[in-house]
Design a protein around this ligand. Structure first.
Ligand SMILES: Cc1cc2nc3c(=O)[nH]c(=O)nc-3n(C[C@H](O)[C@H](O)[C@H](O)COP(=O)(O)OP(=O)(O)OC[C@H]3O[C@@H](n4cnc5c(N)ncnc54)[C@H](O)[C@@H]3O)c2cc1C
Length: 482
């Protein structure tokens, strides 16, 4: 098998996974709350088939179709090809799904490209395992989620100290063929709907960190002892017209508990080596993954801009200076994002071992600023949309012979827009920015690549390392200021 269909994806979820939703242990495939999300994910796989020219490429080893997100990037053409696929994948949900499988695929392909990091000390065992795992993902078109963050309870302490260290995932036993791990990890977006959970380093750890906690591995979601503890589900049973996003795109985040989980050695990629653990994220991870995340963000910001422009037209307010200024501001964020992608791709380079990744500097700037832009986009939607976001009859009500004609009479848009067109528009906007799912997506944008303050602080650190800073003293000296 290679690139799967929606039906094949759903069939793959039939296993013994332990998933808790609220107070119940649930069967993912039959629980009514998940029906819309599963249809939405299955349709993602159908989308890659419908748009095969953009989303799929020939697997270099077998010639069979594989997701372009799994290309191991070796040159500018690879990045161009991936760009087309990322853009097309993002258009499936207009950026409202963050953890479509192409996200972790890119990371995995990037790690394969930098397999030298795993072999730095001359032992090829881990790199070979990673390569075999990658082939399995290609050939089975697996859908991966990831958890890379330790559950930090006490934020005054480092990740692995005190109470934080007690909860952190660690090796508690070893057998000849496996390690047994216990602990927790945050936060698996797509957790219950994924085939595998990929665990790899998030934050760097000090040289004296407990080696038992320095791990990377991947396991099927149905592995014994692996518990997927879901947050409340925000998907709703409604038509796509009434709830364009909540009806399909709740990608369900989950807290992951490892209750003595056995990981076969074959699936362990880092086991206690702090240099490999810290090196993996330092040498190109952000540059590689952020091509995908930035293209998704650009598609989403462009969608938000068009949505706002249409809302303003529906109330004939698009030429009012305050509204036009907000529309221009939003368009600016979209343009800056596209420009950053272009700059990062133009200055792409060999990061080592022939891994051809974009320049990370424009992406770092996007990473720190994007959470603010996404939050601002939602604020603009609410400001332009105002009460109209809530005065939105359902499409079924408009079809109802008793109330429908009155709605048509009293709730039209400006410029001859019908009540139905107006309702579709404002319902989309509310589901984007204001519904329970919209609120969750905003939280995702704030934190999925770590918080903005953390990233701004990192940017400052990189800026200091980039070059000697002498502009200020040079200016003072040139002006002969003592
Ligand atoms: C909806 C959602 C889905 C997610 N999905 C995944 C996933 O699938 N896989 C995964 O691994 N992770 C995922 N994450 C990310 C992860 O769960 C954490 O949210 C992320 O690592 C940030 O950690 P935190 O939430 O503890 O916030 P913190 O990093 O503690 O940030 C909280 C606030 O504290 C302040 N702060 C913290 N540290 C600093 C600092 N160093 N300098 C300045 N200010 C600071 C800032 O004001 C910041 O906004 C997801 C997060 C969300 C919200």
């Amino acid at each position: 098998m290679t690139a799967r269909t929606g039906q094949e994806y759903l069939a793959g979820l039939r296993d013994d996974r332990t998933v808790w939703l609220g107070h119940e242990k649930v069967d993912v495939l039959t629980h009514p709350a998940f029906a819309g999300s599963l249809r939405g994910m299955a349709a993602y796989f159908a989308w890659q088939q419908t748009h095969a020219d953009d989303c799929l490429v020939a697997d270099p080893e077998t010639g069979r179709p594989m997701s372009a997100s799994l290309i191991v990037p070796r040159n500018a053409d690879d990045l161009r090809r991936r760009h087309v696929a990322f853009d097309r994948f993002a258009r499936y949900s207009n950026g409202m799904l963050g953890r479509t499988p192409d996200y972790v695929n890119v990371t995995l392909a990037g790690f394969v490209a930098r397999s030298d990091i795993f072999t730095a000390k001359g032992d090829t065992t881990f790199a070979e395992r990673l390569r075999r795992f990658y082939r399995e993902v290609v050939e089975r078109d697996l859908s991966l989620t990831h958890t890379i963050i330790h559950p930090v309870v006490d934020k005054s302490l480092p990740d692995l100290e005190g109470v934080n260290g007690q909860l952190a995932l660690r090796v508690v036993r070893r057998t000849k063929d496996s390690i047994v791990v216990r602990g927790a990890k945050i936060l698996a977006t797509l957790g219950p709907f994924a085939d595998e959970l990929f665990v790899y380093p998030g934050q760097p750890q000090p040289p004296n960190a407990d080696p038992a906690t320095l791990l990377a591995f991947s396991i099927p979601m149905g592995t014994k002892g692996l518990i997927t503890l879901c947050r409340d589900h925000y998907g709703v049973a409604a038509s796509v017209g009434d709830k364009p996003f909540s009806s399909r795109f709740d990608e369900q985040d989950a807290f992951m508990i490892f209750d003595d989980v056995e990981i076969p050695n074959e699936r362990v990629f880092i086991d206690g080596d702090v240099d490999v653990y810290n090196g993996l994220m330092r040498h190109g991870w952000a540059a590689n993954i952020m091509q995908q995340t930035s293209i998704r963000a650009a598609v989403k910001l462009e969608f938000a801009y068009e949505l706002c422009a249409r809302m303003a037209q529906a109330t004939n307010s698009d030429k009012r200076p305050d509204t036009a200024a907000m529309l221009g501001e939003l368009w600016g964020y979209a343009c800056l994002t596209r420009s950053a992608i272009k700059a990062a791709e133009t200055d792409a380079r060999d990061w080592g071992n022939g891994a051809f990744f974009p320049d990370d500097r424009p992406f770092r700037a996007v990473r720190a600023n994007m959470p603010g832009w996404m939050v601002r986009a939602n604020e603009i939607i609410k400001t332009i949309g105002s009460h109209n976001l809530l005065a939105t009859p359902s499409l079924e009500a408009i079809d109802n012979p008793e109330i429908g004609p009155l709605i048509e009479e009293f709730m039209p848009g400006a410029n001859g827009m019908s009540a139905r067109e107006r309702a579709k528009l404002f319902r989309t906007a509310w589901d984007f920015a204001g519904s329970a799912l919209g609120g969750r997506v905003e939280l995702y944008e704030r934190f999925y690549l770590a918080s903005a303050p953390r990233n701004f602080a990192l940017d400052h650190m990189f800026a200091q390392m980039e070059r000697p800073w002498t502009q200020v003293p040079d200016m003072l000296a040139a002006a002969e200021v003592d």
